[in-house]
Each structure stands twice: as structure tokens, then as C-alpha cells.
Write a protein that binds this ligand. Structure first.
Ligand code: MRU
Length: 364
């Protein structure tokens, strides 16, 4: 997507093919800083410290992490170390496991001197595939927005609520939940986005709002607690969110607070859509409650970073000294609260039957 009018991805190999560059998302929305990753340890740290985040981008970064390991040492021991180090970096987004399993399956049978090139080629392909999947999700999701626009006789703007950041910054390009909004905007459908700020890390306020701003898409940042009220008052036509892991039975794990939005949407007959590329589906899990939920440092809750009137950045504490913070980073929305899933192959029910109809090759 575009940054200051120029097309950009969230991750790319350097011109000499020796390293990988990323946008340091911890610096947004105030500064656009590019960081160079040269080792698998740096890639794992970038994931852990959330310089890159969002399930699809975590997967892409992990793939390049495997490639960085192979560049420096293509032995079995190095492959094993890369796999374990990346696997340990963040537990919830299943795209990470998907990507490193994929790379390991390709690299392990190869002689050591063939692994470096194979790893870089596959990581690049994973990125290109992610872009294509997200673009296709956008096309399928656009039809739902168009339907809503037609349902109101094309007389007014369609209001869409989203949670966290599931835009292009969470993927390699296009995004998951925001891709349909970009495509609808491109097609001339008037859209307005309610952006949940998404405490404690504020991915909505810092990232989603920034990228929508870059594209001139009308949006309003709201407190996480405002969505239910807006739904009660007919100001939300649909919710579209992303997901970090979806069971093959249709339970959706996403950023903490998603479940409460789904409850409010259910109570108010507001369609609740979840957009996901297929590497986000966990074909091994039956129940959402079995998804490991990352518990992050309480400092993310007790401290807040922002810019003062002079343009200086500060981090301030907002919780009384001595009070503890609890910080589960994700929650699970059960399938009965979800109207539809939007995948790269089309739209389906949040259920085994729905997903298997689109992905019949997983039936065994
Ligand atoms: O903790 P993060 O920022 O990595 O959170 C992941 C997400 O970006 C969201 O949960 C998102 O809605 C799903 S990933 C497209």
C-alpha cells in the first residue's frame, strides 16, 4: 500500500540479498523508521518486541528469519536453532508455526549447500502469496460491503467497526480485515471506519488510523468501550476484524477485546465478519479454548507513550505505583457469534463444514 504516496510493503530483502528490512512499527504513527535484520536472533527479537506484528507478517518475518539463519550457517544444528528460536518468539499467531514448518520441510531434506538459496526463494514466495491472499480477501469482502451499500439504497456511507490492526501493516500488503475496505474505497463505495483504539498497545489508534490516513479513508478513532453504544444506536453497519488463529471448527482467536465486540454485535444484529488468509487456520485444533493465549508484560498496560505539544515523545505511567497490571493479549470469540469468515477462497460459515467446503484438501 502507499506511504506518503509511494507503494511499500512491510518487509523486503535488501538489494544485495544479504539481509531483510522492516518497518519498525513501535515507532508509528510518529516516525517511519526502517530496521535491518541480519540474523535469526534479530528476526526473533523483532517479532518478540513487536517491531513487526500481526499474524501474517509474523509468519513472513519468521520465514525470512529461517533464511537469515541459512545465510550465516546452513548446518542441521543451525536449522534446528532457527526453528526453536523463532517458535519461542510469540505463541498465539499460528502463521508463525505454519511458516517455519513449511521452511523446515523444504530445507531439511536438502544438502546444506543448497539450503541458503532455497530458504530465500521460499521466504520471498511466502510474501508474494500473502499479498495475493490478502488481495483476494479484499475482493470477497468488498462484495459484503457492496451488499450493505445496496441494502441502504446506496443512499449513505457504510460504517464499519474494526478492532486492533488488521490492515496492511499486519500483513505483507493489503491487510486482512482492512483489505475489503481498501477495495470498497477503490470501487467508489463510501465507507467510514470506526477504529477501536485497542488498549493496551493501541494498534488501532497508532497503526490502523495511520494507514487509513495514508489512503484518505474516512475514519474515527474510538475508545474500546464505545463500540457497543454505537451499535445500539444504529451507527455500525458491520464489524470486520482479523484473527491470529482460527480453529478449523470456526472459533476465532484475535486481539483482546474482540470477543466483547462480537457479543455487542450479536445483541444488536450487526454482522460480525472475520477476515483471514488460510495459513491462519489451525487444522489441528477443535476448540478455541485450547489456543495458547500470550500473556504480555504488565508495563504495556501501566505505561503509555505519546507526543506532547512540542512534538517530544514521552512514556508516562498511568497506574498507581504498587498496583499490578494483567495483560492477556488475545481472546477467543466462539463460532456462534461470527456471521461469516472471509478467506482468500471466498466467504463461508464459521464452522467445520464452512471451512472444509472452501478447503476440501484438508478433509483427511
Ligand atoms: O499483538 P499483535 O499486534 O501482533 O496482534 C495481532 C493483530 O494484529 C490482531 O490481533 C489482528 O486483529 C489479527 S492479525 C491480522
Amino acid at each position: 500500500m502507499k506511504v506518503f504516496g509511494k507503494p511499500m510493503r512491510t518487509i523486503w530483502p535488501t538489494a544485495d540479498g544479504e539481509a531483510v528490512e522492516i518497518i519498525d512499527q513501535t515507532k508509528l504513527p510518529f516516525d517511519l523508521e526502517i530496521v535491518c535484520l541480519e540474523t535469526v536472533d534479530e528476526a526473533a527479537k523483532a517479532i518478540l518486541d513487536m517491531l513487526v506484528r500481526g499474524a501474517p507478517l509474523i509468519g513472513a518475518t519468521a520465514a525470512y528469519g529461517m533464511a537469515l539463519a541459512m545465510k550465516n550457517d546452513s548446518s542441521d544444528a543451525s536449522l534446528d536453532y532457527a526453528y526453536k528460536t523463532l517458535f519461542a518468539s510469540r505463541p498465539t499467531a499460528v502463521n508463525l508455526r505454519w511458516a517455519i514448518d513449511d521452511l523446515k520441510a523444504i530445507l531439511a531434506p536438502l544438502p546444506a549447500d543448497a539450503r541458503n538459496k532455497a530458504a530465500w526463494d521460499r521466504a520471498a514466495k511466502i510474501c508474494d502469496e500473502d499479498v495475493k491472499m490478502c488481495s483476494d480477501i479484499g475482493e470477497h469482502g468488498k462484495e459484503l460491503i457492496l451488499q450493505a451499500y445496496e441494502n441502504v439504497g446506496k443512499t449513505r456511507t457504510i460504517n464499519i467497526l474494526t478492532h486492533c490492526n488488521a490492515g496492511w501493516l499486519a500483513t505483507v500488503d493489503w491487510g486482512t480485515a482492512i483489505a475489503p475496505i481498501y477495495k470498497a474505497h477503490e470501487a467508489g463505495i463510501p465507507v467510514h471506519v470506526w477504529v477501536d483504539e485497542t488498549r493496551p498497545r493501541n494498534q488501532g489508534a497508532s497503526l490502523t488510523a495511520w494507514e487509513l490516513n495514508q489512503h484518505g479513508i474516512p475514519h474515527t478513532v474510538i475508545a474500546d468501550n464505545a463500540g457497543g453504544h454505537l451499535m445500539q444506536h444504529g451507527q455500525v453497519d458491520m464489524c470486520i476484524v482479523g484473527t491470529d488463529r482460527t480453529t478449523w471448527t470456526g472459533d476465532v482467536c484475535n486481539k483482546i477485546g474482540t470477543y466483547l465486540k462480537a457479543l455487542a454485535a450479536f445483541d444488536n444484529d450487526v454482522p460480525f465478519y472475520v477476515a483471514l488468509p488460510s495459513p491462519t487456520i489451525d487444522w489441528t485444533l477443535d476448540e478455541g479454548r485450547d489456543i495458547p493465549i500470550e500473556e504480555r508484560d504488565e508495563i504495556e498496560l501501566t505505561e503509555v507513550r505519546g507526543k506532547d505539544a512540542n512534538g517530544d515523545l514521552h512514556t508516562v505511567r498511568i497506574v498507581s505505583e504498587g498496583s499490578k497490571g494483567g495483560n492477556p493479549a488475545f481472546d477467543v470469540t466462539p463460532r456462534h457469534l461470527i456471521s461469516k469468515l472471509i478467506t482468500e477462497r471466498g466467504v463461508c460459515e464459521a464452522s467445520k463444514d464452512g471451512l472444509l467446503a472452501l478447503f476440501p484438501e484438508q478433509a483427511q
